[in-house]
Design a protein around this ligand. Structure first.
Ligand code: HEM
Length: 114
C-alpha cells in the first residue's frame, strides 16, 4: 500500500460508480453537437456514467484500477461552472473513511486500520 492508494481508490470509485448519475440542464442557446440539433429552451440529460466510461479516455473500462498513476479527470463531481463545491471535502473525508471501513469489514482488503 502507498500513501496515494486511498486517494486513487476514491477517484476510481467515483469514476466507476459515482452516486450522481444524471444531471439536467435547460439549453440557453441553439447548439449542434455530433450532428444533433439542440434548440434553446430544450432540456437535456447529462448522463455521467457513459462519460466516465469513455474508451477514448479510460482504456481499462471495466477494471477498478486503484494503482492507476495518471488517471484522467472523471466527471463524478461534474464539470465547469457548476463543478461540485464540496469536492475537496468529500475527497478528504472519503480518503480517511474508506481505508477504515474496508480494513474492518472487508475480507478482500489488507489496508491496516489507521
Ligand atoms: C461524494 C460526494 C459528492 C459527489 C459525488 C458530488 C457530486 C456533485 C456533482 C456531480 C455536482 C454537479 C451538479 C451540476 O452540475 O448540476 C455537484 C454540485 C454541488 N455540490 Fe456536490 N458532490 C458531493 C459532495 C458534496 C459536498 C460534501 C458538498 C457540500 C459540503 C457538496 C455541495 C455541492 C454544491 C453546493 C453543488 C452546486 C455547485 C454549483 O451549482 O455551482 N457536494 N456535486
Amino acid at each position: 500500500m502507498t500513501d496515494e492508494s486511498p486517494a486513487r481508490t476514491v477517484e476510481e470509485v467515483l469514476r466507476r460508480e459515482g452516486p450522481i448519475k444524471v444531471l439536467t440542464r435547460r439549453v440557453t442557446e441553439d447548439h449542434e453537437r455530433h450532428g444533433q440539433s439542440i434548440r434553446a429552451g430544450e432540456r437535456v440529460l447529462l448522463i455521467l456514467h457513459p462519460a466516465n466510461h469513455d474508451p477514448s479516455m479510460f482504456p481499462a473500462l471495466d477494471v477498478l484500477d486503484v494503482a492507476w498513476p495518471d488517471q484522467p479527470a472523471h466527471v463524478g463531481f461534474g464539470h465547469g461552472a457548476h463543478f461540485c463545491i464540496g469536492a475537496q471535502l468529500a475527497r478528504s473525508q472519503a480518503r480517511v473513511a474508506l481505508p477504515r471501513v474496508l480494513s474492518t469489514s472487508s475480507p478482500i482488503c489488507d489496508w491496516p486500520a489507521q
